[in-house]
Write a protein that binds this ligand. Structure first.
Ligand code: AMP
Length: 301
């Protein structure tokens, strides 16, 4: 007897959906057929970091939805919303064979005429780290993620560790609003020189890109100090700072060490914590982090 194993596939070729109405209809249908939905929210201009999330979702769900939406509410007035890189054709090519649906809505489709800042108050975790130089950023992130979750109703949502604070905010959002979504955080994908992949890397000059590898090296240094039993966060931060400052084009926004779950400044090195940083190279602000998991000295960057 020959057994044919047919892998379930939502559709033969990937489809782009632009309206909330059609997306809701699709999702309702899949849910009625007990199919699991994996969702990856993005702002497009996709790279291998994004694709790693999509591949993970593909392995764990029946239907894969990737949203591409440059969310205006998470950009400050002086930030790069207008010039943020966009290339739908390139994104489509990259996702072909991995995603079933691209949700590509207009601003009106996502926000309607309604409120844009979300209902949850996330102050303790939104006003530290990146929230200091980007005070409204995470309110905007929370607003759009909530809206996308309500439209797509995923079983699992995939986020990158690269945007660590964002994962903490999304976890809080899911808990506070009792949303029935499993958050899956995936490791940071890096260039060969250690630089975390980011859509914004396209802004970097060759020299800035070269110098920006110092961020990864500074996080590795923190890791080494920790492994040599250094318990003083300020000393680790100072050494990282000195290393980053050897690069002439680097301008440090922040380097910080925080509790991995609460982002509290009070860190117990026997528990999980995160070393996070934001550094400008020219006009480009890059972020990166390592998470230290105490159980077996495991680190994840
Ligand atoms: P963005 O399009 O920048 O909003 O990113 C969409 C998702 O991809 C977020 O969850 C990011 O954390 C994730 N992501 C971006 N860059 C990387 C990377 N280098 N490695 C892993 N995930 C990433």
């Amino acid at each position: 007897m020959v057994l044919f194993h047919l892998q379930w596939k939502a559709i033969d070729t990937m489809k782009i959906i632009t309206t909330r109405h059609e997306m809701v209809k699709m999702v309702t249908d899949f849910r009625a057929r007990h199919k699991t939905i994996g969702f990856i929210p993005t702002m497009g201009y996709l790279h291998q970091g994004h694709l790693s999330l999509v591949k993970r979702a593909r392995a764990e769900n029946d239907v894969i939805v990737v949203s591409i939406f440059v969310n205006p509410t998470q950009f400050g007035a002086q930030e790069d919303f207008a010039s943020y890189p966009r290339d739908l054709e390139h994104d489509e090519k990259l996702l072909e064979g991995y995603a079933d649906y691209i949700f590509y809505p207009s601003e009106k489709e996502v926000y309607g005429h309604g409120e844009t800042q979300g209902k949850v108050y996330l102050n303790d975790i939104t006003q530290c780290l990146c929230g200091i130089s980007r005070p409204y950023h995470f309110q905007g992130v929370a607003a759009v993620v909530e809206k996308l979750f309500r439209i797509i109703r995923p079983h699992r949502a995939y986020f990158g560790q690269k945007d660590y604070q964002q994962t903490v905010v999304v976890r809080r959002l899911i808990n506070d609003l009792h949303l029935d979504v499993e958050l899956v955080v995936c490791p940071t994908v890096r260039e060969s020189n250690g630089l975390a992949m980011s859509s914004r890397n396209v802004y970097l000059s060759p020299e800035e890109r070269k110098q920006a590898s110092v961020l990864y090296r500074s996080l590795t240094l923190a890791c080494q100090m920790y492994q040599h039993e250094e318990q003083n966060p300020q000393l680790i931060i100072q050494k990282m700072k000195e290393l980053i400052q050897t690069q002439t084009l680097a301008k440090i926004d922040y380097i910080d060490i925080r509790d991995a779950f609460t982002l509290d400044k009070k860190v117990d090195f026997s528990k999980n914590f995160v070393v996070a940083l934001a550094v400008f190279f020219g006009k480009t602000r890059l972020i990166d982090n390592f998470v230290f998991r105490s159980s077996n000295y495991e680190t994840q960057g």
